[in-house]
Design a protein around this ligand. Structure first.
Ligand code: SAH
Ligand code: SF4
Length: 363
């Protein structure tokens, strides 16, 4: 079995090279070829000795998920459907904005946490993605975007695709490290965001091992409502969640938590809810990102009106909070947050095909 080099972070690759009797600096050279130049063929890594190239070709490969769909929305959002095995596909979405280009990446096929308003949750959990499958989304997107007529760089990565990243940290952390690694993608810590529904042990581990920017899916200002919308709240209630948020920020006091809040008409969007949120906001350094709900068949929820969202934001802002409202992006190609999207194209496996959920990013 050849080793897939996308599975290694920088340190892992260096150790693997040493195990083969090669110097660590050779590993960094290869890392730059693979991640910075997007090269998958060892024969083309022209500054490596021919002997090493041949040795690598026998022992290793660079293997990303298979692209089975590629679409571009009118607003420039580009979405890839990626087959990770016979039964599962995930999506990666590139969202261009004036001052940045954000890639939204998936961490699991499905999700075990079953939030009421989320189509991924409603589909159940299939499996964790591997580091190679997670970083492979970035590797592929980079290559595609670079080949466009007007190449577009990826300046930010958000782990807001399908799945709960804090339940798959063994595979997610090496991928995050590669995103930060100067020999790979070289993004700053603040330009890489993990979004969690509040898996406290995962938040604590991330803080210790790779404290990137953190977004927490709050969605309700009290336990009674959050227990219903985000069932994980029954295990990790708000008081504990807020304490974990504070702990997370201890290592980087100038940072803040981004609280994500999906706007559900008549459920969590009243003036009273906004005022209750202010009490939470007073306890931890934070910003709010309001997400207009994206409906899917059978969800039973409706999106709050634009006026309601504006009023809600205004109440939060009165206290000096920074509030952004996420703009729905790429909805003509079903690339908006929480929308049902692509399926594995292989129609012979109808019973095992999976739909996947998608993303958008703050406006
Ligand atoms: N599991 C993680 C990350 C993936 S979901 C988490 O829950 O944070 C990324 C964001 O999309 C979360 O804030 C999630 O609550 C939100 N989301 C899920 N379904 C949605 C929908 N139908 N409409 C709008 N936002 C949704
Ligand atoms: Fe899972 Fe996040 Fe969806 Fe909840 S919102 S079911 S945690 S992907």
């Amino acid at each position: 079995m050849k080793r897939n080099l996308l599975q290694f972070d920088g340190e892992g690759l260096a150790r693997w090279f040493e195990g083969m009797g090669e110097k660590a600096f050779r590993a960094r050279q290869v890392e730059r070829w693979v991640h910075q130049s997007g090269e998958g063929e060892f024969a083309r890594m022209s500054d490596l000795a021919k002997g090493l190239r041949e040795k690598l070709a026998l022992a290793a490969c660079v293997e990303a998920p298979i692209v089975v769909g590629d679409s571009v929305a009118e607003d420039g959002t580009r979405k890839w459907l990626l087959k990770v095995d016979g039964a599962n596909a995930v999506e990666a979405v590139f969202i261009p904005e004036v001052d940045r280009g954000t890639l939204c990446v998936s961490s699991q096929a499905g999700c075990v946490l079953d939030c009421e308003f989320c189509s991924t949750g409603k589909q159940g959990f299939n499996r964790n993605l591997t580091t190679a499958e997670i970083v492979g989304q970035l590797w592929l997107a980079n290559r595609f975007l670079r080949d466009e007529e007007h190449p577009r760089p990826i300046s930010n990565v958000v782990m807001m695709g399908m799945g709960e990243p804090c339940l798959n940290l063994d595979e997610v952390i090496p991928a995050l490290r590669l995103m930060l690694d100067d020999h790979a993608y070289g993004l700053s810590r603040r330009r890489v965001t993990v979004s969690t529904s509040g898996v406290i042990p995962g938040m604590d581990r991330l803080r210790e091992e790779c404290p990137v920017a953190l977004a927490v899916s709050l969605h309700a200002p009290n336990d009674a409502l959050r227990d219903r919308l985000v069932p994980l709240n029954r295990k990790y209630p708000l008081r504990e969640l807020l304490a974990a948020c504070k702990r997370y920020l201890e290592r980087a006091p100038r940072d803040f938590i981004t609280f994500e809040y999906v706007m559900l008409e008549g459920v969590n969007d009243s003036d009273e809810h906004a005022r209750e949120l202010l009490k939470i906001a007073a306890k931890v350094s934070c910003k709010f990102n309001l997400i207009p709900f994206n409906p899917f068949p059978g969800s039973g929820f409706k999106r709050s009106s634009a006026e309601r969202i504006a009023r809600f934001a205004e109440i939060l802002r009165r206290d000096g909070l920074t509030v952004t409202t996420r703009k729905t992006r790429g909805d003509d190609i079903a690339a908006a947050c929480g929308q049902l999207a692509g399926e594995v194209a292989d129609r012979t496996r109808r019973s095992t095909r999976r739909t996947v959920a998608l993303k958008e990013v703050r406006a």
